[in-house]
Design a protein around this ligand. Structure first.
Ligand code: 13P
Length: 260
């Protein structure tokens, strides 16, 4: 069984006092006790709010994630953060290869692969993002683009470590646009990703590997997405910035009237 995994990607948002207020409010809505067997919840704050978030989440079953990392472990790399630093700050996960990093910061599959490898070595689980642009989808290239991103980003991955990675399918055209992939489109693509992994080096791991969907996930579309067999979770941007809406997403497995 694949345990559902719901993550908040705060991107470039949240000063420390805002993170603190969010997490106090979120914890009031999210009762980890009643969710023991249900989704794993992750918050990815900006680096500067990691310590605040770690304190606010102390003794609570919510994990922290970095939003990016550098693949070297130390040295003259001004401005960068290492996997061990993330771990030291309390992160169990780190997002890598988000489309904003690929497009705005020219991150390549090879760098993403090195980052994922370095994270695993430091005991931090990578959440590796892939996704096609609208132009690529409309040109019928979705599968080719995803296959290339997967092959490149997972190049350094030992199959035995696959249990410690999470994939996130985030169609670029659905990020921050309010235009979600339909549950059918998302399911079809997730199934393709799983089949592609199964046909390659991860044939024994593909069935247990978790694949999140990201792109305009909201409280009112999470249930339909999560009902699909190959959608194992969500990576949430805009709707994760309000504690009530993120709590409603996190509580997708509860009856609606107890989750708001
Ligand atoms: P939105 O939920 O704002 O579309 O962002 C998705 C995303 O990029 C999460 O990583």
């Amino acid at each position: 069984m694949r345990r559902p995994i719901i993550a908040a990607n705060w991107k470039l948002n949240m000063l420390r006092h805002e993170a603190q207020a969010f997490l106090v409010a979120f914890r009031a809505d999210w009762d980890a006790e009643t969710h023991e067997a249900s989704p794993e919840i992750i918050i990815a704050p900006p680096f500067t709010a990691l310590e605040t978030a770690a304190r606010a989440l102390n003794d609570c079953n919510v994990a922290l994630a970095g939003q990016n990392v550098f693949f070297e472990s130390s040295g003259a790399f001004t401005g960068e953060i290492s996997p061990a630093m993330l771990r030291d700050a309390g992160c169990r996960y780190c997002i890598v290869g988000h489309s904003e990093r690929r497009s705005l910061f020219a991150e390549t599959d090879q760098e993403i692969s090195r980052k994922a490898h370095a994270l695993l070595k430091a005991g931090v689980r990578p959440i590796i993002c892939v996704g096609e642009t609208l132009e690529e989808r409309e040109a019928g290239k979705t599968e080719d683009v995803l296959a290339a991103q997967l092959d490149g980003s997972l190049e350094d991955l030992e199959p035995v470590n696959a249990r410690d990675i999470v994939l996130a399918y985030e169609p670029v055209w659905a990020i921050g646009t309010g235009r979600t992939a339909t549950p059918e489109q998302a399911q079809e693509t997730h199934a393709f990703i799983r089949a592609h992994l199964q046909a390659g080096r991860l044939r024994d791991q593909a069935k247990t590997l978790r694949i999140q969907y990201g792109g305009s996930v909201k409280p009112d579309n999470i249930r339909a997405l999560m009902a699909r067999p190959d959608i194992d979770g969500a990576l949430v941007g805009g709707a994760s910035l309000r504690p009530d809406s993120f709590a409603r997403i996190a509580c997708f497995d509860q009856p609606e009237n107890t989750s708001s």
